[in-house]
Design a protein around this ligand. Structure first.
Ligand code: PGA
Length: 251
């Protein structure tokens, strides 16, 4: 059985004080969520304080990006070891906003994933097509490329530390969610690819999150799809009450 993983992605929102206030407000609201893994990806400046505030709760804390080197002359970058030291247990890699605005490629994604794993972090690998790519009938080609190239060189054992987030770019922050059946179709395709790459047993264990305008009102329907094992949530993860509703989608 795959344990559902509901994860916030705060993007460039929340100061240190706001992040700590969020956890203090949310922790009691999500404490009873049995059988669900809970995480928050947050801006680098807030991570240490957020992780400290989340200690002893069921909320995991993660970075939203990292560099692949341990240290060096890379102004503005943060290494996976630094994330781990700040209290992160995972990192989001290859989000479409990073691909679109910051030159992230499958090659850098792959290097970052390997470095994150080497530093003991779990990874959420993001993939997804643009509207133009979907309309051109290229969805599975694009998504498979992101997944296959992102995971190049990994072995089956390492896949236990990988979560995949399918996030159609046209659904992110637009209020336009993929229909549950549309999401399921892509998720099933990703699992088929993982089966080809790593074998059935490994593929059946990998969690595939859906992301793109997930809200309390639609989370249950999305989560009811057989190959949807969680959600990566931007906007609706920013308020404790809404975040708690997402996490408690079963109840
Ligand atoms: P959204 O963002 O929930 O605001 O659409 C999702 C994401 O980018 O991870």
């Amino acid at each position: 059985m795959r344990k559902p993983f509901i994860c916030g992605n705060w993007k460039m929102y929340k100061t240190v004080a706001e992040a700590v206030a969020f956890v203090n407000a949310a922790k009691g609201l999500v404490a009873g969520a049995a059988g669900v893994e809970i995480g928050i990806g947050a801006p680098a400046t807030a991570l240490k304080a957020l992780a400290d505030a989340a200690k002893g709760t069921n909320i995991r804390v993660g970075g939203e990006n990292c560099h692949w080197e341990k240290e060096g002359a890379f102004t503005g970058e943060i290494s996976p070891g630094m994330l781990a030291e700040a209290g992160c247990s995972f990192v989001i890699i290859g989000h479409s906003e990073r691909r679109q605005y910051f030159g992230e490629t499958d090659g850098t994604v792959n290097k970052k994933i390997k470095a994150a794993l080497a530093n003991g972090l779990d990874v959420i690998l993001c993939c997804g097509e643009t509207l133009a790519e979907r309309e051109a009938g290229k969805t599975s080609q694009v998504v498979d490329g992101h997944v296959k190239n992102g995971l190049a060189g990994l072995d089956a054992g390492q896949m236990a530390k990988i979560v995949i987030a399918y996030e159609p770019v046209w659904a992110i922050g637009t209020g336009r969610t993929a229909a549950p059946a549309q999401a399921q179709e892509v998720h099933a395709g990703i699992r088929k690819l993982l089966t080809d790459l790593f074998g059935r047993e490994v593929a059946e264990g990998v969690r595939i999150q859906y992301g793109g305008s997930v809200k309390p009102e639609n989370v249950k329907e999305i989560m009811s799809q057989p190959d949807v094992d969680g959600a990566l949530v931007g906007g609706a993860s920013l308020k404790p009450e809404s975040f708690a509703q997402l996490v408690n989608y079963q109840g």
